[in-house]
Design a protein around this ligand. Sequence first.
Ligand SMILES: Cc1ncc(COP(=O)(O)O)c(C=O)c1O
Length: 412
Amino acid sequence: MNRIEREDALELDRADRLAAFRDRFVLPEGRLYLDGNSLGALPRATSDAVQRVVSAQWGQDLIAGWNAHDWIGLPQRIGAAIAPLIGAKPDEVLVCDSTSVNLFKLIAGALLLRPERSVILSEPGNFPTDLYVAEGVAALRGGVRIDLHEADSIAEAIDETTALVLLTHVHYTTGRMLDMAAITRAAHAKGALVLWDLSHSTGAVPVALNESGADLAVGCGYKYLNGGPGAPAFLFVAEALQTQIRQPLSGWMGHDSPFAFEDSYRPAARLDRFLCGTPSVIGMAALEAGVAQFRDVDLPALFAKGRALSALLVRLMGERCAGFGFQLASPGNAEERGCHVSFRHADAYPVCQALIARGVVGDFRAPDRLRFGMAPLYTRFADVFDAVAHLETVMRDRLWTEPRFQLRGRVT
Ligand SMILES: Cc1ncc(COP(=O)(O)O)c(C=O)c1O
């Protein structure tokens, strides 16, 4: 097989039917942005959308905006727009709070549905907030244990004591994608519920919550959904569970009749019971603009492009950076991973900093991973080629050894 050259990558971009979507985003000149899996790029439409809410709506209509502009309906409206990306019905998805808070609500809700069971199953190395929040909920209920099993053996570990299986569909460092349908089936066979964290899946890979029989899910709004830093998150509760499940953050927005101002909590009939407080309208306006970028996208083509981008990265790394001590930390087969790929390297941190100094933005994940995320809405094949070419130079010329690249900021 011939080595891939830059012209080959440009040819792939010319043949890409989705190439025009990139123009919908603000992508600074001279920057190769391979971190859309961590913070999505800014859609061109977002500034106007936010400006409209701030100046025309809040500025002019003040409190009337809640009805006049249906601010109060934002959690459901954006949830319905996210639903097709994750194979859910429009009334099964709600936008609210952060992923961490939504994890709390759903983990607690699941434990309330399985009061006689005492185990939350997850995997070692799951995203920290998932494990930490599970610990917090377990401590509140008492008598609940968190058991960690490698993802490959998790299905066998599920038994009659398992209340909840808590997994991230696409792993945040390795990018490994789990078989949602098979794990959900195994959990249901033993009477357990499953909660999927879709933070690295939504907008990047096909997700079929309904087809898999999934119970519960959460996901971030600021990654592939392009909702902006700290954007509100989403949660999913399968229709069949919505009237049974309760959650402990029983704020007034989750009340059946918030504006009746009753003294006692009565949960809303269905999914709205997962709301807690007042929606963050400006943040939601940005998220709504981010999610709208998917509106006329051919999703199977988008997901195929994501796989092709990550496959190109892996191949180029093999062709150009093989002798520099990188070890692929993601599945080799693009069908088994999401849109990000990570590599182990003893000096991953300074290597990442040296790349950033050259305008190539990937990220570092402790202790030793260099991670590159390809957002199929705006990443070009040539970006992947150029990023690997920069990495080759950084390694060949040992540019990462400069002292300034060893310094660590608060956010790595
Ligand atoms: C899998 C996963 N879950 C959750 C989060 C973050 O949750 P929060 O938005 O509450 O900080 C991340 C952030 O990167 C993540 O990768």
